[in-house]
Write a protein of this length. Structure first.
Length: 278
């Protein structure tokens, strides 16, 4: 599933190509592409001008020159692609948009192989779409309260990995960057958050910020064609992963083999020497 670095990469690409353009057509091509709670069909955005492309956690939205916004969640495999004659059209296209700015034209496609992603036309509350109001601010939000997040994590009795994945405490972190952050902070994923010192939790939050910032710089993590940027390019952070997906490989810090364990409905990767449970 695309996490914050991948969604931010997509946001930047959409902003680069589409700010100032108006929707001239909008069509849903699959019955599940429109979220049931959407106030209107996708065609409601026709005529609207894109003022900005915004993000909170893993939610994206196009701010328009009207009260409503076009909101998107990429789900497991959703992709926005700005169409180009230089590359073939993607498969599994679920929505199609035409846009114009003066004489300039653009074609935007929303592709989703697994159809867990969705689009929605929603009203904004304080600049945030209804579907994202329950999501906490992420570390790259200008109003992110680092101290409050650290205190909230410290108050939880759940395993620290579950806590850092909780989108209502700090948004944007998924399985990949949770494993990488825990590895950088030398914290075992199963330790209860309340058992960690404030200093240790602070190091984890800082590690999450550092690893996601590094991933954004190289376009995120692309294990396969299910995640690409809006121009069709893949990210390269998978070549820098220290823990996630590295089962049996030597830990870059100490040389011990990385282990993988079941963690709820997920897996968790860690170094048994550097990340001791206690």
């Amino acid at each position: 599933m695309p996490e914050l670095p991948e969604v931010e990469t997509v946001r930047r690409g959409l902003a680069h190509f589409l700010i100032g353009y108006r929707f001239t057509s909008a069509a849903g091509l699959h019955p599940r592409v429109l979220k049931p709670a959407s106030l209107q069909p996708l065609a409601a955005v026709v005529g609207a001008k894109i003022k900005s492309v915004n993000r909170r956690g893993k939610f994206l939205w196009f701010e328009l020159d009207r009260e409503q916004a076009l909101v998107a969640h990429l789900g497991m495999s959703g992709q926005f692609l700005v169409a180009s004659k230089d590359r073939p059209a993607p498969g599994h296209v679920r929505a199609h948009f035409d846009l114009s700015k003066g004489l300039k034209k653009q074609e935007l496609l929303f592709s989703d192989q697994r159809t867990f992603g969705w689009l929605s036309v929603e009203e904004l509350t304080d600049g945030i779409p209804q579907s994202a109001l329950h999501i906490a601010r992420d570390p790259f939000d200008s109003a992110f309260d680092r101290s409050a997040v650290i205190a909230a994590m410290k108050s939880r009795k759940a395993a620290i990995k579950s806590v850092i994945l909780n989108q209502e405490i700090m948004s944007g972190v998924g399985n990949i960057y949770a494993d990488e952050s825990l590895w950088r902070a030398k914290i075992h994923p199963e330790i209860p958050a309340a058992d960690l010192s404030t200093r240790k939790i602070t190091s984890l939050v800082d590690a999450a910020i550092e690893v996601m910032a590094a991933a954004i710089e190289v376009g995120g993590t692309s294990f396969d064609a299910m995640y690409i940027n809006v121009n069709g390019e893949s990210g390269f952070f998978e070549t820098s992963l220290a823990a996630y997906g590295q089962e049996g490989e030597p830990c870059p810090r100490c040389g011990r083999q990385i282990r993988r364990i079941a963690f709820g409905n997920r897996s968790s990767h860690f170094c048994p020497k550097c990340q001791v449970k206690g």
